[in-house]
Design a protein around this ligand. Structure first.
Ligand code: ZN
Length: 492
């Protein structure tokens, strides 16, 4: 039975959904004002693993992952201007053009990482009405106040009736000392009050009418409003990166309790962070690497390109609640590990069963592989253990491949089924190599180039037979070959 670590209770709990056979799951998605980086890959892959595993267990999952496009989450403290609005103003674009551009790029990156699309992907900007209604509910319950056209959560009043800070383990005194002086402090009763609705400054280009002012929803409102809209007043799982625990998720809990009278979420799950050479990722450290830069290998911290599957494997090699330290060497090691796994998978598809029984293989290892993989996944999604079990069984595959052992029909079938289920479907590793845009792709391109260079040489030697043969056979395989002044061009 699946156990997951609930951040709220600080322990592993048996997962029991609110409605039998169905799971409602909400994960905080990206802010689309720039390209996705390594820090975006981890929550996306962590909750993709959970989504895939829940479906494997037979649940019907409604997975909601939002797009933050109102921009306020990344408020530029230096300039006091919304990032999306700023980019739009500088580049003379409609804000929604900026949003669409980066949303498309995010989707492309996720597809390369083999992250399944969520069931619903709501945009904050498309749910202003729901957010206003949610703020109104909090107002009606008396836990919010209006100041100069903005609406703030009355945290002191709320904290008298509900435990504020229970998710992150903070109390109000901690929060007072932590709260940075940000814009709007003069309007608030207390520094720890947070905005539910903000009146827009004249230069702010993303704003909507509301009962309080022409403005925009506060930091945390979108997830409360959209989570409730699509998953109901109570739902099973809310996930996100650990960095969102405070203030974002703490504020969400407060908003839900204030508006609805109870918490919405049963299991809070948080993935740990990725550090780079022991440091937090961030613009100020000059160590911000976008996923595109990983795939292309063009960043000063990278010595080579890394395929999306290498990035996925690198992240899954660690348990989602432990920290992961990125370095070029760590990725090279992940690339090697993935290559060994890919080789084993491809051998597994090639080896033939013997007429007799399996010999010179560890029968225990074969018989218990599926159970051990399941036990590891049931233990709070322990992907590194699943990977180590797959490596163990790779030894058996290699023994048969090298002719040093035999495998029975039934054992071979089961082994293939376990690899397909756990490596491909649940871990989401594309071991068939079909979509490997990294090293495999380079080798394949190199091979086609080599053939076409041989054809070029044949033509120079007036060896039309060889030249035509290469051309015709590549064409038959689906390649389009074009002769150019300097040589050739090809595409598939
Ligand atoms: Zn959120």
């Amino acid at each position: 039975m699946l156990q997951i670590y609930n951040t709220l209770s600080r322990q592993k709990e048996y997962f029991k959904p609110l409605h039998e056979g169905h799971v409602g799951m909400y994960v905080c998605g990206p802010t689309v004002y720039g390209d996705a980086h390594l820090g975006h890959a981890r929550p996306a892959i962590t909750f993709d693993l959970l989504y895939r595993y829940l479906m494997h267990l037979g649940y019907k999952v409604r997975y909601v992952r939002n797009i933050t496009d109102v921009g306020h989450l990344e408020h530029d403290a230096d300039e006091g201007e919304d990032k999306i609005a700023k980019k739009a103003r500088l580049e003379q674009l409609e804000p929604m053009e900026v949003v669409q551009y980066f949303t498309n790029r995010y989707h492309h990156d996720m597809e390369l990482l083999n992250v399944l699309p969520p069931s619903i992907e709501p945009h904050a900007s498309g749910h202003i009405i729901e957010q206003i209604a949610f703020v109104q509910k909090i107002m009606d319950k008396g836990y919010a106040y209006v100041s100069n056209g903005s609406v703030y959560m009355d945290v002191e009043k709320y904290a008298k009736d509900y435990p504020y800070g229970k998710l992150s383990g903070r109390n109000l005194e901690d929060i007072v000392t932590e709260t940075r002086e940000l814009d709007g402090q003069q309007e608030k009763k207390h520094s720890f009050d947070f905005a539910l609705w903000k009146k827009a400054a004249p230069e702010h280009i993303m704003h909507w009418p509301s009962p309080w002012s022409e403005g925009f929803p506060g930091w945390h409102m979108e997830c409360s409003a959209m989570g409730t809209k699509y998953l109901g007043e109570q739902f099973d799982i809310h996930g996100g990166g650990m960095d969102l625990m405070f203030p974002h998720h703490e504020a969400e809990i407060a908003q839900s309790c204030a508006a609805l009278g109870h918490d919405s979420v049963h299991y809070w799950m948080h993935n740990n962070m990725i550090t780079i050479a022991g440091k937090k990722m961030g613009k100020s450290y000059n160590n911000f690497i976008t996923l595109e830069q990983f795939f292309a290998g063009n960043h000063h911290l990278l010595e080579q390109p890394f395929s999306p599957m290498t990035i996925r494997f690198f992240i899954l090699q660690a348990h989602y609640r432990s920290t992961v330290d990125f370095s070029n060497d760590a990725l090279v090691a992940a690339e090697k590990g993935l290559a060994r796994l890919t080789e084993a998978y491809q051998r597994l598809m090639k080896i033939k069963a013997s007429d007799a029984t399996s010999e010179h293989l560890n029968p225990e290892l074969l018989n218990s592989l599926r159970t051990r993989c399941q036990e590891a996944m049931d233990d709070d999604l322990n992907s590194p253990i699943v990977i180590s079990h797959l490596f163990d069984s790779a030894r058996a595959i290699n023994t048969v491949f090298d002719g040093k052992g035999t495998i029975s029909e039934a054992d071979l079938e089961e082994l293939r089924a376990v690899w397909k289920t756990y490596a491909m479907d649940i871990l989401g590793l594309q071991l068939d190599g079909a979509q490997d845009a990294g090293a495999g792709m380079d080798a394949y391109k190199g091979a086609v180039d080599m053939l076409l260079n041989m054809r070029l040489e044949a033509k120079r030697n007036k060896d039309w037979g060889t030249s035509d043969k290469i051309r015709n056979e590549l064409t038959a395989l689906g390649f389009t070959i074009k002769d150019t002044k300097d040589g050739f061009e090809w595409s598939l």
